[in-house]
Design a protein around this ligand. Structure first.
Ligand code: FAD
Length: 421
């Protein structure tokens, strides 16, 4: 008889994203999340684990295994005013906008809209807390999720982290917290994990007021940051402050510390290294915008918006309630909001199409090779070609190099645009 496995199956087949939802879902407390190979990964204590007695809660909530995006979104977002697009998902409205606080816009990742909305929601008592991510003060370059309840907490967590982020422990903390209206902020796969857990856990459902996603073209392992700092001769032990996206629209990496005052444009440090430090699961991801989140926040680097140098957001809003909230925040003067048409949005987010075509062909290829892949329950129109196969193997080799520090010396050779300072 087939026994549903536990989360070890996901880790073993390298489709784990390290979101940590499994750790929160385990009734036996048998899962810990630690850093291995530059990623957060679950480890199962087999003495405590009840899998041999039929428990597979960790497996059931794992977003690494995929989720039927189309069917789930249909259940969540229905009604005559809901549009559907195969790349954007189901939505009520798309917007551009930004925080009206210039300092926030300048130091946040895009237009500071996400952090500004959270501050407004907290200060007007509309939510009790928000699960966000900041650098871990006890471990340089590591990041930590926590429940933010004040403006200062939100400011400390703003801007994008191009590093693994885990919800390990924090979902349990939300379930135990006294309030009943929490917002989770995360990349699309993390939001999928929370949705999966909400479907199984009434207590969690009762606590969550909304899920906010940030668009995601793919995250990076911790080795990404380590490589950048080492190749720029920055002593990691002396780093006190790091931001991947500071100083205006798109902006760049700011590193400060003892004898360190470093700045480099985002495109300069990030673009050439991109696939080298991708977790494998990102190559199999179909969700760019966050199709199961109530509001999704991103950039908009397309004319005329790219002329703006301080910071601007694009947004996809899927829930009527959250669209009303955004309009209320706009009337209160904390954000600006303008309508954005879906064609302009899609033209500005090339990865949305890549994920539903190239990444789906990568899933098809792995399936043919007998490897487990995330299942999205939908037949996306993708055709596996020789080019995809070559692309996949090229990226796999690059990722192999990224995972092995002894091979880092070849990175400037395989990526000619990589800078060594
Ligand atoms: C790995 C990654 C890839 C991205 N790819 C794209 C893309 O292809 N196109 C695009 O338009 N935008 C992308 N974004 C989103 C973009 O960088 C901004 O996060 C988004 O536009 C929101 O900007 P903001 O100024 O409103 O957010 P801010 O006000 O700066 O707030 C950002 C919020 O997101 C949280 N956060 C940051 N990083 C993470 C993370 N890794 N996991 C979970 N929570 C996090 C922060 O804690 C904070 O609450 C990506 C972000 C990440 C982290």
């Amino acid at each position: 008889m087939y026994r549903v496995p536990n989360i070890d199956f996901v880790t073993k087949h390298d489709i784990c994203i390290g979101c940590g939802v499994c750790q929160n879902a385990c009734p036996q407390n048998a899962i810990t999340i630690d850093v291995r190979n530059g990623m957060f990964l679950p480890a199962v204590d087999n003495v405590r684990c009840n899998n041999t007695r039929g428990c597979h809660r960790c497996y059931d909530v794992c977003p690494g295994l995929g989720i039927n995006l189309v069917d789930c979104a249909k259940q969540l977002y229905a009604g005559g005013d809901v549009f559907e697009d195969k790349f954007i998902g189901r939505y009520i409205q798309c917007h551009t906008g930004h925080s009206t606080n210039e300092e926030m816009r300048y130091h946040a990742a895009s237009g500071g809209m996400l952090s500004q909305i959270l501050i407004w929601l907290l200060e007007t008592g509309k939510i009790d807390g928000a699960v966000v991510t900041r650098f871990d003060t006890s471990a340089p370059l590591k990041v930590k999720t926590f429940i933010a309840t004040t403006k200062d907490d939100i400011i400390a967590s703003r801007s994008s982290k191009y590093a693994p982020v885990t919800y390990s422990q924090v979902i349990r903390e939300v379930k135990k917290a006294t309030g009943s209206r929490y917002v989770f902020v995360g990349v699309p796969c993390q939001i999928e994990g929370v949705r999966k857990m909400m479907a199984k856990d009434q207590r969690l459902r009762e606590k969550i007021a909304g899920l906010f996603a940030i668009y995601c073209s793919g995250t990076r392992t911790f080795y990404f940051t380590e490589y950048i700092l080492k190749s720029r001769n920055i002593d990691i032990g002396n780093v006190d402050f790091l931001s991947y996206r500071d100083n205006g629209c798109l902006g760049g990496m700011v590193v400060k510390g003892k004898g360190i005052d470093y700045y480099e444009d985002y495109q300069s440090y990030s673009n050439p290294l991109r696939t080298i430090f991708y977790p494998r699961r990102c190559l199999l991801c179909a969700d760019h915008f966050g199709e199961l989140a109530d509001i999704c926040f991103g950039d908009i680097h397309i004319k005329p918006y790219s002329d703006d140098k301080i910071g601007i957001n694009s947004l996809v809003v899927r829930s009527r309630y959250w669209n009303d909230m955004l309009n209320e925040a706009c009337s209160a003067g904390v954000i600006t909001l303008d309508t954005l048409d879906e064609n302009t949005l899609l033209a500005s987010q090339k990865m949305a199409k890549v994920k539903k075509t190239r990444n789906i062909t990568f899933c098809m290829l792995n399936k043919k090779l007998g490897q487990p892949v995330p299942e999205y329950g939908t037949l996306y129109e993708a055709k596996l070609t020789c080019k995809d196969i070559i692309n996949y193997f090229r990226m796999s080799v690059e990722r192999y190099v990224g995972r092995h520090k002894l091979l880092w010396c070849v990175i400037p050779r395989i990526k000619s645009k990589v800078k060594i300072k």
